[in-house]
Ligand binder design. Structure first.
Ligand code: AHR
Length: 656
């Protein structure tokens, strides 16, 4: 009896170890299968959803230059106690100025209070004890006019005010004053009170908080930039997106109009102002306070390679589809050549000199440049050829990014993909806004791409929980988990895929047009979505050398709901394994690590998980889904791991 029992136990043990063996995963760290580019995981920035004005650009005053279609949009005249005054919108001769309008203020008596109120971008987020910096351009005409600034909350309580500014004789001058807020308010407004009697002109009325990113005057919102910096992105693509193209050519993005003195940057309408009919934002314009110099500076600050995208002589093909005749492309090409000189030219060159004058004598080290956004058709190829010839003959070292259209498949994609491959393009920019299932089913998308052909930039992607452009799309855990699964395939194919970025990046909770988005914010707070944490985890665990991770000699690409990729980091000497379980059941796995190197006895496990695929993060629960770290033992180069249901797992092991 005893012997029988023993036989039974041994048999059982044999069976269990056999089944574990059969399902075990093997990582081979001895051979690199692909080199992972430092650019691999990056950021896509577009001024959509109030990402720039009303977002990361920390200006609190909306329509500071009175250049919106309705010149006083965002402003309200306040008059009480017998004050008599008027505000006139004056237009300078257009040929003289990119900022033609200003206001002429007449105060006919010095009774009561006369002022202008600015509502901010859905209110102003004001913080107690923080300094606020006010500035204005003014020119007196007659009499004696003075002014002071006051912040008020939604019930008109004062949140602090400045001392008085006296407008002195002479021409246009800039005046500054600072004051400290006495209380916090998410929905404050700014009052500019005028005193005295007479006439004076005003323009560029501006208010910035002191706590901008790196405390730069007129800078960016620090909390939002910090979220980007925390991603340690390999690149930042800017300024979009369709915004590069414009609805029509006249409103395309022109980088030269976005640098230099703020008051000379020509404001234009934002193409997202009217684009999404069910989410209209009539007060959406581009002040270009965040312009190309600031984009380059931001890239440098967060350690990302700059990746500007320029208009290629084509307006958005979903809108007007205007094109510039190919014989008249010179100014567009010159913009590209000058941009390269602006970024990389030494200070003896015209554009390099300007860069130095703006405060950055060192080069910005531009290596990548996009020509066109989501273009398609033979007209793109015609322009691609002209641009490529002109740029490559002067700057052969610049890698050009080219469009393969708005979809990852279909007629438009196939035409451009085939043609650009035949023309030996450098990098193809693929976009996919698709359902979560598409992401889960396409982890093998790049396995059979031509290893010698153009590199891939997965330039815009996001799983859509309902449908593309649906206002009901959510940044829920299903979308993030599906992207995590798909991204194992991007990493595994890092020899082909050199860059990837989620899109869009930012959304103002009160002024968005497009959802889902990576980071959401209101006037005072911000949070990363579960999708943000997926992106951040990939980027923070990038590694340098892809290695093989196999089960039954095959890559893990979704069979039995399991996805995986593995790499080593030659700098930190670590093995980094990424595993995604998209099923509702836990998966137990043995991972055998085949390595010539000695391994630490402990591994770090980073887990992003939720049992509810509908779960989201929010302003109230910003970290509902966020990574947690733990440790696990490694024995004989073997690791037994339980992958929780619906989980994204990262294993980091030191190699000696
Ligand atoms: O990311 C939003 C938009 O989607 C981009 O502007 C465009 O390139 C794409 O169609």
């Amino acid at each position: 009896m005893k012997t029988l029992r023993l036989i039974f136990i041994v048999f059982n043990f044999y069976c269990i170890s056999l089944s574990l063996q059969g399902q075990s995963i093997t990582v081979n760290t001895n051979k690199t299968t692909a080199t992972i580019q430092p650019t691999m995981w990056g950021i896509f920035f577009e001024d959509i959803n109030f990402a720039a004005d009303g977002g990361v650009y920390a200006e609190l005053v909306k329509n500071r230059s009175f250049e919106f279609f309705k010149p006083l949009m965002g402003w309200e005249i306040k008059q009480n106690g017998g004050a008599i005054g008027s505000v006139l919108v004056v237009n300078r001769n257009k040929a003289e100025s990119d900022n033609p309008r200003f206001i002429k203020m007449t105060l006919s008596n010095d009774k009561g209070n006369f002022g202008l109120m600015n509502e901010g971008f859905r209110g102003m987020g004001i913080k107690k004890n923080l300094q606020y910096n006010f500035s204005v351009w003014a020119k007196p005409e007659s009499g004696n006019i003075s002014m002071h600034v006051q912040l008020i909350d939604s019930t008109d309580n004062s949140l602090g005010e400045s001392s008085t500014i006296r407008i002195s004789k002479g021409g246009w001058q800039k005046y500054n004053t600072s004051f400290t807020a006495t209380a916090t308010s998410p929905k404050a407004k700014m009052m500019v009170w005028f005193g005295g009697k007479g006439v004076a002109d005003f323009d560029m009325i501006s208010l910035f908080p002191q706590d901008t990113w790196k405390e730069r005057p007129g800078g960016l919102r620090a909390d939002l930039v910090q979220l980007l910096a925390d991603m340690k992105p390999g690149f930042i693509r800017f300024p979009g997106g369709c915004i590069v193209e414009g609805r029509e050519l006249a409103t395309r993005y022109q980088w030269k109009k976005t640098i230099g003195p703020l008051e000379d940057r020509k404001l234009i309408v934002n193409r997202w102002n009217t684009e999404i009919a069910h989410r209209p934002t009539p007060d959406y314009f581009q002040s270009f306070g965040l312009g190309f110099y600031e984009y380059f500076q931001l890239a440098e600050d967060i350690g990302a390679s700059p990746l500007p995208i320029l208009n290629c002589g084509m307006a958005c093909q979903f809108n007007t589809a205007e094109v510039v005749d190919t014989t008249q492309l010179d100014p567009y090409i010159q913009d590209a050549l000058d941009l390269i000189e602006f970024a990389n030219g030494d200070t003896t060159t015209a554009w390099g000199h300007l860069r130095a004058k703006l405060g950055h004598p060192a080069i910005f080290n531009l290596k990548l440049l996009g020509i066109g956004n989501e273009q398609w058709g033979p007209q793109y190829i015609e322009r691609y050829k002209i641009f490529t010839k002109a740029i490559k003959s002067k700057y052969p070292e610049i890698q050009l990014v080219n469009s393969v259209g708005p979809d990852p498949d279909g007629e438009k994609f196939n035409f451009l993909n085939d043609t650009l491959r035949a023309l030996k393009a450098d990098i193809l920019d693929e976009h996919y806004y698709r359902p979560p299932s598409w992401f889960q089913n396409n982890a093998n998308r790049y396995d059979n791409y031509d290893r010698k052909g153009p590199k891939i930039f997965a330039g815009e992607y996001a799983a859509q929980s309902v449908a593309t452009v649906s206002p009901d799309n959510k940044n829920n855990w299903l979308t993030a988990l599906s992207e995590a699964a798909f991204m194992t395939g991007l990493e595994r194919n890092a020899d082909v895929v050199n860059l990837a970025s989620y899109a869009p990046l930012f959304a103002n909770v009160e002024a968005w047009q497009w959802t889902p988005d990576l980071i959401w914010f209101d006037n005072l707070h911000s949070y990363g979505t579960p999708n943000y944490y997926v992106q951040k985890l990939y980027s923070n665990n990038k590694g340098t050398n892809e290695v093989s991770i196999l089960m039954n000699n095959a890559p893990l690409e979704g069979k039995d709901s399991l996805y995986a990729a593995a790499c080593t980091d030659s700098v930190s000497n670590e093995l980094i394994i990424k595993l995604v379980n998209t099923s509702a059941k836990p998966i137990v796995k043995i991972i055998n690590i085949d390595s010539k190197k000695k391994l630490a006895t402990n591994a770090e496990i980073i887990l992003l998980q939720n049992n509810d695929l509908d779960a989201v993060n929010s302003l109230d629960e910003p970290k509902n889904i966020s990574p947690e770290s733990s440790e696990m033992k490694i024995l004989n180069k073997q690791l037994k791991i339980t992958l929780k249901p619906f989980s994204f797992n990262i294993v980091r092991v030191k190699m000696m």
